[in-house]
Design a protein around this ligand. Structure first.
Ligand SMILES: [Fe+2]
Length: 184
């Protein structure tokens, strides 16, 4: 269940319908996929892709995606900081960035432009997000520095980051409030 923060207004939204509507107003698709599929204890990437095949096929049909894979990193993943640094500066892609979170947490900052406020979407297990091609954004892991996610691609070669070099990300803290925020 995602949390949507608007740092410039100091507001936080956690109710699904409101998160969905606010994201829709800036052209970001957000949804929740069931996470109760049967998975073995230490699922392989193929186990995950098999378990979510129905949702993956539906998303492929709706979005024109042709391939899906699983990205998994954790705090001790070699080269993690170098990998993260590629995505923590404001950038855009020439194709959609589509993620379904299996495990872990992260935060997408979205810069809608046109004078609209930057939003920070904190995602966790069960969250689906589509950042359309050309949308300015950046991504950080939360404090657990772990994420496992299904990625969908129209063409993986289009997913190279194009950097704005605006430095916009430096004015926003990469904070995550965590699931305890919702229960408080
Ligand atoms: Fe990206």
């Amino acid at each position: 269940m995602a949390l949507l923060r608007i740092p410039e207004d100091d507001t936080v939204v956690s109710e699904f319908d409101e998160v969905w509507a606010q994201l829709k107003s800036i052209n970001i698709d957000y949804g929740i996929w069931k996470t109760d599929h049967e998975l073995p204890e230490n699922p392989s990437n193929d186990d995950i892709l098999d378990a979510y095949s129905t949702e993956i096929e539906r998303a492929k049909t709706e979005g024109g995606y042709v391939t899906a894979d699983v990205i998994a990193v954790q705090a001790d993943t070699p080269g993690l900081d170098v990998m993260l640094a590629k995505f923590s500066c404001e950038h855009w892609h020439d194709e959609d960035e589509v993620r379904f979170i299996i495990d872990g947490t992260g935060v997408f900052h979205i810069n809608p432009g046109e004078g609209k406020s930057v939003v920070a979407l904190e995602v966790g297990a069960g969250d689906y997000i589509r950042v359309p091609k050309g949308t300015l954004h950046w991504f950080d892991l939360c404090q657990d520095r772990t994420i496992k996610a299904i990625r969908l691609f129209q063409d993986p070669s289009g997913w190279t980051p194009n950097y704005t070099e605006s430095g916009k990300e430096a004015t926003f803290l990469e904070v995550c409030l965590g699931p305890s925020f919702i229960s408080n």
